[in-house]
Write a protein that binds this ligand. Structure first.
Ligand code: FE2
Ligand code: FE2
Length: 167
């Protein structure tokens, strides 16, 4: 954060910085999901990841819309947090042999990603409203709604069978 601190003076600067952070994160997630789709065994899980990949592409487009609405250049900024979550996911994928246990691990990894996105969108929505950009907030709310639904879907897949099969 030290590197950026001189460039972030106002709440608006912080909002734009965080928008760039989640834009980078969404792009990294779109790159990571195909491997998760391939490694998932349970049909519902594979399908869930597939449909969330489509939603993720939509999240990227909505973010581009918010950049334009707010009059700033569309760009990402490195987000070590999402890089770490994805790196951990790849480590787990490599370490777990049993397919049923791997499905449980993929759900846990997916939920770590969703929760990261939810915290970023929650913050961005609050800041957008504070900055008088209810229009940007409502676009961001559409992304948050889909992240929450994806998270709930993963919980239900785990609790309605995948965890039991892994045990
Ligand atoms: Fe997303
Ligand atoms: Fe997501």
């Amino acid at each position: 954060m030290g590197l950026f601190s001189k460039d972030i003076k106002t709440l608006n600067d912080l909002f734009v910085h965080t928008l760039k952070d989640i834009y980078y994160a969404e792009n990294q997630i779109a790159k990571a999901l195909p491997d998760m789709i391939e490694k998932a065994t349970a049909t519902g899980l594979k399908q869930g990841f597939k449909s969330h990949l489509q939603e993720t592409k939509g999240h990227i487009q909505r973010l581009e819309q918010v950049f334009k609405m707010h009059g700033v250049e569309v760009e990402g900024v490195d987000c070590p947090a999402i890089d770490g979550i994805i790196e951990e996911t790849n480590d787990i994928i490599g370490d777990v042999d049993d397919k049923q246990v791997l499905d449980a691990a993929l759900i846990a990894a997916g939920q770590a990603v969703e929760h990261y996105e939810m915290t970023r969108y929650g913050t961005l929505i609050a800041w957008a409203k504070q900055l008088g950009r209810a229009d940007c907030a409502s676009v961001l709310e559409q992304n948050l709604k889909e992240e929450k639904a994806a998270d709930a879907k993963l919980t239900s897949l785990a609790e309605r069978g995948i965890n039991a099969k892994a045990a």
